[in-house]
Design a protein around this ligand. Sequence first.
Ligand code: ADP
Ligand code: MG
Length: 226
Amino acid sequence: MNSGIGALRGNVVIALVSTKGGVGKTTLSGHIAVEAERRGVGPVALIDMDRQGSLSHWWNARERSTPFFVESTHSRIGSDLVRLGEMGFGLTIIDTPPAPYNIIEAAVELSDLIVMPLRAGPHDMRTLPATLSIVEPLGKPVVFVLNGATVGARITNEAVSLLSQYGPLAPVIHQRVDYAASMIDGRTAMEIKSASPAIDEMSALWAYVQRRCGQMKMSLPHQVPA
Ligand SMILES: Nc1ncnc2c1ncn2[C@@H]1O[C@H](COP(=O)(O)OP(=O)(O)O)[C@@H](O)[C@H]1O
Ligand SMILES: [Mg+2]
């Protein structure tokens, strides 16, 4: 079913993809990787394919050495994934840039699952076809994540109904300062407090992604029921 390198090698590769900047690809890459490790899926690797290097800055500011971190390019991503597979990483999360397309395509081609974050509103919804035009020809399963949403706002509910018509929609991630503030010094929302709405949301998001992987027969190592 999956031609992603992860599926071939018994590990899972997930790419965060959107042709729009500022939707939360980098934020969610770091958070999903850390949350997966917290839930016992490990070791986890993170790949930054964005030349802007936001995820690299985050990781360099991080005190912990996990998740494992790699910077990659469209020409190196294949060999990097093979190497990570050989090193025993059961889950790899790829953070991609909004452009150019050849970098996004290289990541999508080698991934088992695409997570596409969007914010509610017309600008993000208009970029949906552009992103899907990269993902769909490559036959990759997608899940949408409505990110940075306002609690109870009408626009949030409208975006939820619209996105559900396009495909599977993960639990909504709301606009919360913990997501942004925690990343300043290399942490995540789960690492700055012992309890918070952001922690609960990330736990629900990972549980959803993990279920989708299970439904598609991708095997994550050391799975702990969320
Ligand atoms: N759910 C959220 N709540 C609060 N701030 C967020 C949230 N998601 C992302 N951000 C902030 O929005 C900005 C863009 O997010 P980022 O992850 O860099 O997007 P992308 O990688 O798609 O360009 C960053 O400043 C980030 O801290
Ligand atoms: Mg980014």
